[in-house]
Unconditional design. Structure first.
Length: 486
């Protein structure tokens, strides 16, 4: 993003009689210099202007052009020399003050830059470019109020200048004023609608503000204008993923990964999209590719482990999950997934140890308490299991499996009323939980509420006609009844 704007020095050409070719004549050296400058070949332009200056020594406009071309070519000492000489000869030259301000800015002499921009404005109050450069200087110093004041003035003077809107938006973004930054980038887009850089930044800002739909629209327009802009492809994929359009997100994320092979973010997010579409093989391959770029990225290691678990390879999941825990011991999901991997791989001792470690590290993690509770329950430690289930529910109340298991423990303890409360809650949280309905029937039957119990057994069979415990319980209470349909 260009932060300063040098001004070419044509203003005084009519007064100072530069040798400009007449129609049909061969272009002069000066003309050739201007043409090179406009093409962006600043070194060649500088050399040509110096040659023109040899033909017309001391010519202020040519000297100003030399200064401008030197600035653009990075020859700051020469730029300062020629522009200072111009101002010594003609102090009322706002364009020269502006350009010399740019030289001082490039040299890091911010106080001198500010002084020269202000001198340019003092001589020409409606000088939009000088106000624009002064605004950028203030933004560089994080003097936000002063910067925004000058940007506002520059915008009023040049409302159709996309660069002013864009840099104003960038400064607002840096200052954390996202909504106003979006408005300025939208204005820049109205002035210059085919600029993919503006559209991409607009996508970034909308994404940061939580407007995923708006971000997707901006990114789509950026990609339409420049399909090879990897950053826009990446942003589009992320916005679509956030919108729940996982399949649609794959294509732009794959494009970003191809366009920029060293982009970890592209590969990582592509892995997320593949996993969300249940393409576990592609997700595994993509995560592994991302880890080549960042081998110790804890979340990526965790996600690879999760994918391997989901694809029935818990033995292979253990290693990346161990690495995830080592890379970031604060990543609670990695601890939980590692315990699950041990469990699925049949290593109950390692699983139990890891569950206890997870609970100790993350006492507010419901999944850790739930996992430890399941481990205790499977080992016949009902009291400890009950304690952990209740801790899990205290952290995250919506967990129908935990409520069902608490109910089972209370049932074994002959606490039928409490068991019924938890079975009923499990069924409320998951109306398709046939076993919870059956278990509620058992708790009600133990309280001699036989008709209510029958109703629950029928409900279980309505949910799942193959629920064998409900079939047996209803058949026991109604030997002649047709239990298949409830």
């Amino acid at each position: 993003m260009r932060s300063t704007r040098p001004i070419v020095c044509l203003l005084l050409a009519a007064l100072l009689c530069i040798g400009v070719a007449a129609w049909g004549d061969e272009p002069t050296v000066f003309d050739q210099g201007v043409a090179a400058y406009e093409k962006g070949d600043f070194k060649a332009a500088r050399d040509l202007f110096l040659k023109a200056l040899e033909e017309q020594p001391g010519h202020m406009v040519i000297m100003c052009w030399v200064g401008s071309a030197s600035l653009q070519a990075g020859e700051l000492a020469d730029a300062e020399k020629y522009l200072t000489e111009v101002l010594a000869k003609q102090p009322d030259y706002p364009e020269a003050y502006n350009n010399l301000g740019n030289v001082y800015l490039a040299q890091g002499k911010l106080d001198l830059a500010e002084q020269h921009y202000q001198k340019a404005i003092a001589q020409k109050s409606d000088y939009a470019d000088a106000r624009y450069n002064l605004a950028n200087l203030y933004a560089k110093q994080k003097k936000w109020d002063a910067a925004f004041n000058e940007f506002n003035r520059a915008v009023k003077l040049a409302p159709d200048d996309a660069d002013i809107h864009r840099n104003f938006g960038h400064a607002l973004w840096q200052a954390g004023r996202i909504d106003k930054a979006i408005r300025e980038y939208e204005a820049a887009n109205e002035v210059r609608p085919n600029d993919p850089v503006v559209l991409n930044t607009l996508g970034i800002l909308r994404l940061n503000s939580g407007d995923n739909a708006g971000a997707a629209r901006a990114y789509e327009q950026a990609v339409e204008r420049d399909p090879n802009m990897a950053e826009a492809q990446l942003g589009l994929g992320i916005a679509l993923y956030n919108l729940g359009k996982f399949a649609d997100a794959v294509q732009p994320l794959a494009a970003a990964s191809t366009l920029e092979e060293t982009s970890f973010a592209a590969k990582y997010n592509l892995g997320l999209a593949f996993a969300a579409t249940d393409d576990l093989e592609a997700a595994e391959k993509t995560y592994r590719g991302a880890l080549v770029l960042q081998p110790k990225h804890a979340k990526c290691l965790n996600n690879l482990g999760w994918v391997l678990q989901q694809s029935g390879q818990p033995d292979l999941a253990i290693e990346p999950l161990q690495k995830a825990v080592e890379a970031d011991p604060r990543l609670d999901m990695a601890h939980v997934n590692l315990a699950l991997a041990y469990e699925q791989a049949g290593d109950k001792d390692a699983a139990r140890k890891q569950w206890e470690n997870a609970v100790a590290r993350f006492p507010q993690n419901a999944d850790a308490h739930f996992g430890l509770a399941n481990s205790c329950y499977a080992g016949g430690e009902n009291d400890k299991a009950l304690q952990e289930y209740l801790r899990a529910l205290a952290t995250e109340e919506k967990n129908p499996e935990a409520h069902n298991n608490v109910g089972l423990i209370y049932l074994e303890q002959s606490n039928f009323a409490e068991a019924a409360v938890h079975f009923r809650t499990a069924l409320q949280q998951d109306p398709g939980f046939a076993n919870a309905a059956n278990n509620l029937g058992v708790a009600l039957e133990r309280q001699d509420k036989v008709e209510e119990a029958k109703g629950m057994y029928r409900k279980a069979l309505n949910i799942d006609p193959d629920c064998e415990p409900a079939k047996k319980n209803l058949r026991r209470l109604e030997p002649a009844a047709e239990t298949a349909t409830g």
